[in-house]
Write a protein that binds this ligand. Structure first.
Ligand code: PEP
Length: 251
């Protein structure tokens, strides 16, 4: 069975002590259960260095953000080459909180993707519609536009390294709300995303697609029955070691 991906996005939560405890607890539980899947944690940037010292083959390290620019006069930013220095394996781009709260534009997202490709850091690129767009039945239009914009601006890199990109479908209205799409909605959307990628180029068939939005130990197994779903991006539930491990063990 191909490896599934289970990613935990800690967002702006915790402190040094709790982050170290959470990492250690997650790693030892994964070792006990002989987890064969790709498990990635995304701690806050300031904790990447102490956590990098703890990670083993059992777990991959991800950054929640990266600068759209190479090194230079960009106060407060962290470049892809700096992440590479820390042996960061993955980076999130396009998370709805960065699109809608920080107001990141498609152009900024494209710069981030390019820098990550240049530094050989794998990208988890989030796409998804808002509640208003969902109610207006615009989900597929939004997803098509987001996918096409990503591909158009990174065609060369993507063709060379399609495996460096993973998509995460995260309906904005499902993030942190306890709401999840129905199984038939998810099946329709995942088939749509897969066929949109295939229509652009058959070399994109290797791109994995995750689901994110109110994933819990109670719904993870059911969600993973969706065709074309290659894993889960978990927010709130990844902050509690037992919940995150329970999600990993149900897959
Ligand atoms: C997320 O922020 O990526 C997320 C999926 O959050 P939650 O699981 O808390 O809905």
């Amino acid at each position: 069975m191909p490896k599934k991906i289970i990613a935990g996005n800690w967002k702006q939560n915790g402190n040094l002590k709790s982050s170290v405890t959470l990492t250690k607890g997650t790693i030892s539980a994964l070792a006990r259960m002989k987890c064969k899947h790709e498990v990635i944690i995304f701690p806050p940037s300031v904790y990447l260095i102490p956590i990098q010292k703890l990670v083993s083959k059992k777990i991959k390290l991800g950054s929640q953000n990266v600068s759209a620019y190479d090194d230079g006069a960009f106060t407060g930013e962290i470049s892809a080459s700096m992440l590479k220095d820390l042996k960061v394996n993955y980076c999130l781009v396009g998370h709805s909180e960065r699109r809608h709260i920080i107001n990141e534009t498609e152009r900024a997202l494209s710069g981030k993707v390019t820098r990550l490709f240049e530094n050989n850091i794998r990208i988890i690129y989030c796409i998804g519609e808002t509640l208003e767009e969902y109610k207006g039945r615009k989900t597929k239009t939004i997803l098509r536009n987001q996918i096409n914009s990503l591909i158009k601006q990174n065609k060369g890199n993507l063709k060379k390294h399609p495996k460096n990109l993973t998509l995460a479908y995260e309906p904005v209205w499902a993030i942190g709300t306890g709401l999840v799409p129905s199984m038939s909605e998810l099946s329709d959307i995942f088939s749509f995303i897969r066929s949109t990628l295939n229509k652009v180029d058959s070399c994109y068939s290797s791109i994995k697609i995750l689901y994110g939005g109110s994933v819990t130990p109670d719904n993870a197994a059911e969600l993973m029955k969706t065709n074309h779903m290659d894993g889960l991006l978990v927010g709130g539930a990844s902050l509690i070691s037992k919940k995150f491990i329970d999600i990993c063990s149900t897959i």
